[in-house]
Design a protein around this ligand. Sequence first.
Ligand code: ADP
Ligand code: ADP
Ligand code: ZN
Length: 215
Amino acid sequence: MNIILLGPPGAGKGTQARLLVEKHGFVQLSTGDMLRAARTSGTEMGKQVAAVMDRGDLVTDEIVIGLIAEQLDTGAGAKGVIFDGFPRTLAQADALSELLTGRGARLDAVVEMRVDDEAVIRRISGRFTCDRCGEVYHDDTKRPADPEACDKCGENKFKRRADDNADSVRTRLLAYYRETSPLIGYYYAKGQLRSVDGMGEIDAVHTAIESALRP
Ligand code: ADP
Ligand code: ADP
Ligand code: ZN
């Protein structure tokens, strides 16, 4: 199955994508993670996008479409792909459709996670991740059982994102409403949209997504 998780920054897309990966063996493709990796490894592209990302604006369609195309070509997503944080513009949505068609694949569902703005701000302000495996935590809603060790891999190093600050979050929300939210209407019109309530606890949202994915 090829699935898009759609929702504002902080909605819980990454968290839910990881649960779907664990359960079904899908591959998670997160353009945000790929861009951060490019920055860490210091590639030319990584340097080019750094300031844009820290501000909370979108990087160019060309860059993220290129990243996705590259990943699809590795063939790793044979069991299914969860697109997390991509597409974020109509141009990206059209490009994805072409990329999939060109590879004899198709999009099975677009799951919109509905979360209100205050919750998004709360979720982003408390977010931190495991530096080794990327497990996503939150100061209030999801702490590691042992504060010194990741639940998943035992690592004792956690990090917070530079762009998870109040200014950047406002810019990211604006970018979401301006550029990304039109995708809801776009996929609705194509008959591919399934909306779930993203306000519940992590497990409840997971259950809602699983049932939204059943035919
Ligand atoms: P969040 O988890 O807050 O939704 P992401 O990790 O998905 O954030 O993305 C972080 C940043 O990376 C975005 O603010 C944006 O600058 C850039 N980015 C990620 N995916 C895309 C995309 N599909 N198109 C444009 N920019 C993107
Ligand atoms: P996104 O990928 O959409 O930006 P994340 O999965 O990174 O969102 O989640 C943002 C923050 O909210 C993280 O700190 C995560 O632990 C927390 N979170 C995710 N889902 C929920 C939920 N259903 N209830 C409470 N907190 C959540
Ligand atoms: Zn870990």
